[in-house]
Design a protein around this ligand. Structure first.
Ligand code: GDP
Ligand code: ZN
Length: 477
């Protein structure tokens, strides 16, 4: 566990490393204003300590404030004392991100300037913040709950528009609000059951029916959150799609058409794509990563054997398979053999390529092989049908459009894990209460479910869990 004191005043560079239009050094803590005051000289001569709750002050960061001020605060006369011309923003506790006094020094942002400012602040008594410490303080001071704090990180790392949108919803507290509501209902029932534990059954009778029905609705709510989490995970991590099919059907050409670039090597020689290449694009705001594979049935040498193994791994790990056929050639033994190797549970779209050429493929046989799974005609060469294929790819994840507009999409692995465990505990609790087993058992499982949900929002937390969560942040956040 990180040994950090909440009483320290912390400082860090809050903007990315490198040259920027502005750079921000951020301070938070009870001493933030005093520390900043020790290195900042305002143009108007007013100390920061005299500033109002929200203030912007213009002035200079100086190496020796005393000398600078005695000389009449004239930068022209003492340029060697000036580190930078800055605007300082001040937010007094509790009206700040961390709910502590926060000072942000906006400078011209050269990396050297920022580190000089930071060093001066450290010399005046601030401590360098550890990663995520500002957000951790915001959490510990009740400004954000844990799910919201994690959303801050997700927003920074968002890979796509959709991922960003989900994280912003999470930051607004939608998920936490829902979870807290469910947890409170369970807590009420738990309190009720625990109160009865001290009495004998004859005195009180069993667990009341309405308590059980509250638990059942709660379980239903947890399950529907979990149902959406498949989409949530894909929104967050991107959809992994493997392009598969026998050599020369046009897999690499299709990848190029989907990427609208000419990255993958396309040649007329069978089996050029020996390795796997992964490329990502955004389809309707969703990050979609395509892997081109070598669609070979058997390996003749070591290179092919490795390619084959890589392909199998990619297929196992993918969320969706694009199975490509050459529409200008009859369906071959090779096509069917490859197809038969695919796990029938895999999400799959059939792509009949080369629609610019006369059709020779047995479409009705393919229809039969694919059943209810979609089949799309495209020409990778002419880039026809690509839009329709993209719609099918998107629809393969969001087959239920309601999921996308759902106000809460759980996407964080930690949250999914907690929801699963809590749902399982709750289910066990309902089960034993229904069976009329001793209410101690039901109460213990219910307690586990309640605690689990508390960990999601941070109503219940452990320092080591916080360490793990916040270590993923950068310093200054
Ligand atoms: P892969 O082995 O499955 O990756 O196939 P390639 O993408 O390398 O393509 C094999 C050959 O088919 C190349 O000569 C491509 O130009 C050609 N090809 C690919 N897609 C089409 C298409 O839609 N129409 C036509 N006419 N030729 C295509
Ligand atoms: Zn290829």
């Amino acid at each position: 566990a990180a040994l950090v004191s909440m009483n320290d005043t912390i400082a860090a560079i809050a903007t990315p490393v490198g040259q920027g239009a502005v750079g921000i050094v951020r301070l938070s803590g009870a001493g933030a204003i005093a520390v900043a005051d020790a290195v900042f000289s305002s143009k108007r001569g007013k100390p920061l300590s005299a500033a109002r709750t929200f203030s912007l002050c213009y002035g200079w960061i100086v190496r020796d404030k005393e000398v600078f001020e005695r000389a009449g605060r004239t930068p022209q006369a003492m340029p060697e004392l000036i580190v930078d011309e800055v605007v300082v923003s001040l937010m007094r506790s509790p009206h700040s991100y961390t709910r502590e006094d926060v000072v942000e020094i906006n400078s011209h942002g050269g990396p050297r300037v920022l580190s000089v400012i930071l060093e001066l602040l450290l010399a005046k008594g601030a401590r360098l913040a550890i990663p995520g410490e500002f957000t951790r303080r915001a959490f510990l001071n009740g400004r954000l709950d844990l799910a919201q704090a994690e959303a801050v990180l997700d927003i920074i790392q968002a890979k796509s528009e959709l991922a960003l949108k989900t994280s912003l919803t999470q930051l607004s507290g939608e998920l936490s609000g829902r979870i807290k509501g469910l947890r409170r209902r369970m807590l009420d029932v738990l309190a009720d059951i625990e109160a009865r534990l001290d009495f004998s059954d004859e005195e009180l009778g069993g667990v009341p029916d309405d308590a059980l029905s509250v638990l059942r609705t709660t379980l239903q709510a947890l399950r529907s959150l979990l149902e959406g989490s498949f989409c949530g995970r894909i929104v967050r991590e991107g959809l992994k799609v493997v392009i598969y099919g026998r050599p020369n059907v046009g897999k690499s050409s299709l990848l190029n058409a989907l990427l609208r670039t000419d990255r993958a090597i396309v040649t007329a020689i069978a089996g050029t794509t020996r390795d796997t290449i992964e490329e990502c694009v955004s389809i309707r705001g969703l990050a979609v990563c395509f892997v081109d594979t070598a669609g070979i049935l058997e390996a003749h040498d070591e290179i092919e054997r490795l390619a084959l193994e890589r392909t199998r791994k990619a297929i196992d790990a993918c969320d969706l398979l694009l199975f490509v056929f050459d529409g200008s050639a009859p369906l071959g033994r090779e096509d069917e053999a490859l197809l038969s190797q695919v796990n029938p549970l895999k999400k799959m779209i059939g792509v009949i390529n080369k629609s610019d050429l006369p059709a020779r493929v047995d479409a009705s046989r393919l229809r039969g092989l694919f059943g209810v799974r979609p089949l799309v005609h495209v020409s990778a060469l002419e880039r026809e049908g690509i839009k329709q294929l993209e719609d099918e790819i998107f629809g393969a994840v969001f087959h239920d459009p309601g999921l996308l507009s759902a106000d809460v999409l759980v996407s964080n692995v930690r949250h999914i894990e907690i929801l699963k465990n809590s749902a399982a505990s709750l289910e066990r609790s309902i089960d034993s209460l229904q069976k009329g087993l001793s209410p101690e058992f039901g109460a213990a499982d219910l307690r586990r479910a309640v605690d689990g949900l508390g960990e999601l929002t941070g109503e219940v937390f452990r320092e080591d869990v916080l360490d793990v969560i916040f270590s993923k942040f950068c310093i200054g956040k």
